[in-house]
Design a protein around this ligand. Structure first.
Ligand SMILES: Nc1nc2c(ncn2[C@@H]2O[C@H](COP(=O)(O)OP(=O)(O)OP(=O)(O)O)[C@@H](O)[C@H]2O)c(=O)[nH]1
Ligand SMILES: [Mg+2]
Length: 234
């Protein structure tokens, strides 16, 4: 197997839907999930590049592994649940520090998942987009609540991250491009999320390749060493 050209990591509190988002994108379905233990990855071929996408465990007991998974990452998806404000707070308090091991020009996306459970999600008719075979009648008539986290809250976090990383807003993609609301259940915005990131990491791969020192040795100007009597090189 060829070494991946780039790495994307999903981080966020337990139960926000990281595994479900990844399975929705890679397997085009919304299966039952079990809480992730440690981490796991998928390999995605995007154009001629191999991109590994790492799913991590949100449970506190696996927290120590987070920075290991982020090592060298080109992009990190910070995921929260739009119906649980605390899951957004945790991104700043608990997960942002784990990203210090990522690549120096790492991109950040902030993703509010489970938007199908909100009033807005229902009004936008998102459930019609890609109905899951697992969806039962109870799901369709479940009462909707207003969102607990607004997109502007995610945009504010994105700007805080830029400050934390000492990045200039002009040098990175705009907050509006990097803050998403998704539903792993219906598929809403899931392709957009992953494919926006893939398109942004490709130029990073090309830049890394251009900067990498060449391992080619020019042998045309190389003179063979003189032979000594003992047969050793002088
Ligand atoms: N309604 C709805 N439920 C979702 C959505 N995404 C995930 N879920 C449900 O939320 C629960 C947790 O989803 P997971 O994908 O396992 O969450 P996780 O972030 O991977 O959790 P950890 O592995 O423990 O960190 C599961 O019951 C999912 O079916 C979504 O977009 N909408
Ligand atoms: Mg998981």
């Amino acid at each position: 197997m060829r070494k991946p050209d780039s790495k994307i990591v999903l981080l966020g509190d337990m139960n926000v839907g990281k595994t479900s988002l990844l399975q929705r994108y890679m397997e085009r379905r919304f299966p039952d999930t079990v809480s992730t233990v440690g981490g796991a990855f998928y390999l995605k071929q995007w154009r001629s590049y191999n991109i590994s996408i790492w799913d991590t465990a949100g449970r506190e007991q696996f927290h120590g592994l987070g920075s290991m998974y982020c090592r060298g990452a080109a992009a990190i998806i910070l995921t929260y649940d739009v119906n649980h404000r605390q899951s957004l707070v945790e991104l700043e308090d608990r997960f942002l520090g784990l990203t210090d091991t990522a690549s120096k020009d790492c991109l950040f996306a902030i993703v509010g998942n489970k938007v199908d459970l909100t009033e807005e999600g229902a009004l936008a008719g998102q459930e019609k987009e890609e109905c899951s075979p697992n969806m039962d009648a109870g799901d369709r008539v479940s009462p909707r609540a207003p969102k607990q986290v607004q997109l502007e809250d995610a945009v504010a976090l994105y700007k805080k991250i830029l400050k934390y990383k000492m990045l200039d807003e002009q040098d990175v993609p705009a907050a509006e491009q990097m803050c998403f609301e998704t539903s792993a259940k219906t598929g809403y915005n899931v392709d957009l999320l992953f494919e926006t990131l893939f398109d942004l990491v490709v130029p990073m791969i090309l830049q890394q390749r251009a900067e990498r020192p060449s391992h080619t040795v020019d042998i045309s100007s190389h003179k063979p060493p003189k032979r000594t009597r003992s047969g050793c090189c002088a």
